[in-house]
Design a protein around this ligand. Structure first.
Ligand code: PLP
Length: 395
């Protein structure tokens, strides 16, 4: 039999999805699992959004439609980015896709040639290196280290730039660390991008899920408008994970390439979901701020509870909805720890290596669950922590 394309040997899956599969298996055996592995808000869109979807269907909005997305949605996204990020964007520079991940995939496919180097955060979203490698690119990690409060180090990035470096991927607020890149860091990254003529893929999917700090888009810095592609969508800020709605904001010369890839793959995004997305962006019921308000309360409680578990150390995240816990002092590996938590305590979380080598001594817990569930999760973990207490370093 003929082999698969060689790219299949270099692409990787997602740790969250494999932990989820095992957790589901245990559920089928009758176990009650607490799911802290997936990056999915436990909220649903506001009723007006569902109503807009139904109305669109009743109005017959179920046809093929514009490749880049229907004009009223692209206009609504441009308005939304102007209000929330103070960006002046033409609706013509926006391409809507079925999910942020596909926006990312299309943007990378439009830009990466074999041998092109792509700088990406480690730990970071697993798709960054996987897609880069699948396209024949060279994935070059830069570290988000605990010593540096998980901020990118512009000096390290500068050292790693070569004549083949084409793309710098940024993700603020970031998955899995919850870091909001500082203004100073972003300014220096932007200067590097301008100096070395890099394109910046700024994954801003968590832009609205932020606790106190200000989110500044990479596109706002001098010289960045013509070299930044913003990747964003509805999954996190509007709790619409299963709707599969994302978008890319790209410089005018790149938009036709992304649209061409859309023509050759998904053709267009379902018309009725796009109409509902316009309603989501209006956010008349203040759903996003209510959800983020809830996350703030959970995050305060959950992070301090986790810090009481023997061998756990967690810096409170400034954005997104993950607790990124250093477990080195437990004396056991993150994989073993996650195995014990899932198999013996029925709590699903992800070993940090799923997000890159720099995540090896960490575990990611999503706190997009109710306070009661999060408390129950920590109690369950405390009950099995005797499994590592004898190896844990006493502080
Ligand atoms: N980018 C980051 C940083 C993410 O964490 C995720 C999802 O977890 C995505 C992109 C993909 O988002 P979507 O569900 O819209 O495809």
């Amino acid at each position: 039999m003929r082999p698969l394309a060689s790219r299949m040997a270099v692409m990787t899956g997602e740790g969250a999805l494999s932990v989820y599969a095992r957790a589901k298996e245990l559920e089928r055996e009758g176990r009650s699992i607490i799911h802290l592995e997936l990056g999915e808000p436990d909220f649903h869109p506001a009723p007006a959004v569902n109503q807009a979807l139904k109305q669109a269907l009743d109005d017959g909005k179920d046809r093929y439609c514009a490749v880049a997305g229907i004009a009223p949605l692209r206009e609504a996204i441009a308005d939304y980015l102007s209000t929330t990020r103070r960006l002046k964007i033409s609706p013509d520079n926006i391409v809507v896709a079925p999910g942020c991940k596909l926006s990312l995939f299309m943007a990378m496919m439009a830009l990466i040639d074999p041998g092109d180097e792509v700088l990406y955060p480690d730990p970071g979203f697993p798709g960054y290196p996987s897609i880069a490698l699948g396209l024949g690119g060279v994935a070059v990690p830069f570290e988000l280290s605990e010593r540096n409060r998980f901020q990118p180090d512009p000096d390290e990035i500068a050292r790693k730039i070569t004549s083949r470096t084409k793309i710098l991927i940024t993700n603020s607020p970031g998955n899995p660390t919850g870091t909001v890149y500082s203004d100073e860091t972003q300014r220096r990254l932007a200067e590097l991008a301008v100096k070395h003529d890099l394109l910046v893929l700024s994954d801003e999917i968590y832009a609205r899920v932020i606790y106190g700090e200000k989110h500044i888009s990479m596109m706002s810095y001098p010289g960045m408008e013509e070299r930044t592609l913003i990747i964003d969508g509805f999954s996190k800020s509007f709790a619409m994970t299963g709707w599969r709605l994302g978008y890319t904001v790209a410089p005018p010369r790149i938009v036709p390439a992304i649209a061409m890839l859309a023509v050759n793959s998904y053709t267009c995004v379902a018309e009725f979901t796009q109409y509902a997305a316009i309603e989501a962006l209006k956010d008349r019921e203040g759903m996003t701020s209510r959800m983020v308000g809830d996350f703030v309360e959970r995050h305060d409680r959950f992070v301090s509870d986790l810090n009481r578990v023997s061998g756990f150390r967690c810096v409170p995240p400034a954005g997104a909805f993950y607790a990124w816990v250093n477990i080195e002092e437990t004396g056991i590996s993150a994989e073993e720890l996650c195995r014990i938590m899932l198999e013996e305590a029925s709590v699903a979380a992800i070993p940090g290596a799923a997000f890159g080598v720099a995540g090896t001594k960490f575990v990611r817990f999503s706190f997009a669950s109710s306070t009661a569930i999060l408390q129950e999760a920590v109690q369950r973990i405390q009950r099995v922590s005797s499994a590592w207490e004898h190896t844990a370093v006493v502080r």
